[in-house]
Design a protein around this ligand. Sequence first.
Ligand SMILES: Cc1cc2nc3c(=O)[nH]c(=O)nc-3n(C[C@H](O)[C@H](O)[C@H](O)COP(=O)(O)OP(=O)(O)OC[C@H]3O[C@@H](n4cnc5c(N)ncnc54)[C@H](O)[C@@H]3O)c2cc1C
Length: 492
Amino acid sequence: MRVVVVGAGLGGLGAAMRLQGAGHDVIVLEARARPGGRAYQLRDAGFTWDTGPSLVTMPWVLEETFEAAGLNLHDHVQLRRLDPFYRIRWAQSEEHLDFTGDRERMRAELAKFSARDAAAFDGFMAAMKPIYEQGILGAGRRPFERARDLVAFTPSMLRLGAALPLWRTVCSHFEHPRVREAFSFHSLFIGGDPFRVPAIYGALVYLQFLDEVWYAQGGVYAIVEAMARGLDMRCGERVERIEHRQGKVTGVVLEGAGRIDADVVVSNADVLRTHELTGQRAPVRRLTPTMSCFLLYLGTDRTFDSLLHHTLLVGSGYRRFIRDVTRRGRLAPTFSTYVHAPARSEPGMAAAGGDSLCVLLPVPNQRRHRIDWDSESDRVRDALVEDLETTFGLGGLDAATIVEHRMTPDDFERDLGAAWGNAFAVEPTLQQSAWLRPPNRDKTLRGLYYVGGGTHPGAGIPGVLLGAEVTTGMIARDHAAAGRGAHAAAPV
Ligand SMILES: Cc1cc2nc3c(=O)[nH]c(=O)nc-3n(C[C@H](O)[C@H](O)[C@H](O)COP(=O)(O)OP(=O)(O)OC[C@H]3O[C@@H](n4cnc5c(N)ncnc54)[C@H](O)[C@@H]3O)c2cc1C
């Protein structure tokens, strides 16, 4: 069977590896010059930056993806455990909280803020365990094809409180405002509003303590390169149209010239825009995209030792910051950022004696109000760097910066085809999860499937790779059913 995968993001690569491992003839078509999608890489003057994801969790999901392709992850990628996972710092304060997989040390970290919260840690973890097992391991690995799949799943989730707002759950366990912020921010890594996501996303904290946080030598891009290596990977090939006849896909048409026959097309393009490729009408139900990001990639001629490998910098007015960036769709007056400084773990990521820093600032997507980034970009950059210097003690950052790149919502839109410049695809809310998320198989066109952050289960490295497992599992079942002539099962 010939399968064309449209897009070489991590989800597209994961699906391609699994399908090739299953013996199919797989071609991956990527519009950009290199694979990776959001997980791209920039190199300049001795500095290397991962442009997007940097925090590697659930390494067994990567192991299983490689295994499905007949490969051993550890022959291709060197993973190192990070301890601590990351540090959280607050504006104008010497206080910090280090997340570590060592529970004794973690309790000691919490005790710096509240003895009661240190004692509450085990209770919070115990509450998250079944949510993780049923909500992430159970539901994240199986398709939600029919409403009755959701109906079967809902009672246990309700019983566990997984549908309640995470913020409320966190507040019921912890009393200190900083500890509450520290245990609820994780959904930001997949574009979720920490004050509004359901408690199921609390499992993101739990899984870190279970499987720890890892660094791939060479950065996340080393994983991308290892995934792409054995595939028929064709870069610089933008798919303009997914062809279909009598309700079944027949191939893809490339921008410029050329077409490729396909029995199955797996689209890793933004699900909010794939109808543009098929010529179908836009979905009636309006799904909301996540926030976007403003990213600075800085190469400095000295190190900034107050930063760990991963540091979260929580600005004053954090709650308002989140509201402005998500619901109000406008730039916030204060900055809460995340900084990746991989030279801590691998000096070769920066030029000698320097740091390669990636500063991630959540900003609104372009849907509600269009921000003119051509004019705003310099202003935001200068204000952000000044804030890092004055509020978070990175004095001299501007002067030390010798190389610099940036990425705005316009780049997400133009380079990745992301609807309204979203950074993490479809917003993870209760109304847009599981059966209510865009499905992994198209509802009308046979042979068309989806993979990536916008489909079930969702964004993040493990999210899209689990999604690849769900999607390719569907393809295998549909293919087998077609072989048996069982057309009722939406065969390919
Ligand atoms: C700044 C940032 C930081 C993040 N940090 C983390 C983190 O630390 N840990 C974590 O687990 N996750 C993180 N994430 C989330 C994670 O990176 C994403 O969820 C994941 O990489 C998305 O993969 P995807 O499969 O959806 O593909 P995408 O990355 O969206 O790639 C899709 C690909 O399809 C291509 N494409 C689109 N249309 C076409 C077409 N018509 N023809 C050909 N090609 C096409 C695009 O060019 C692109 O390469 C982060 C994301 C961002 C943006």
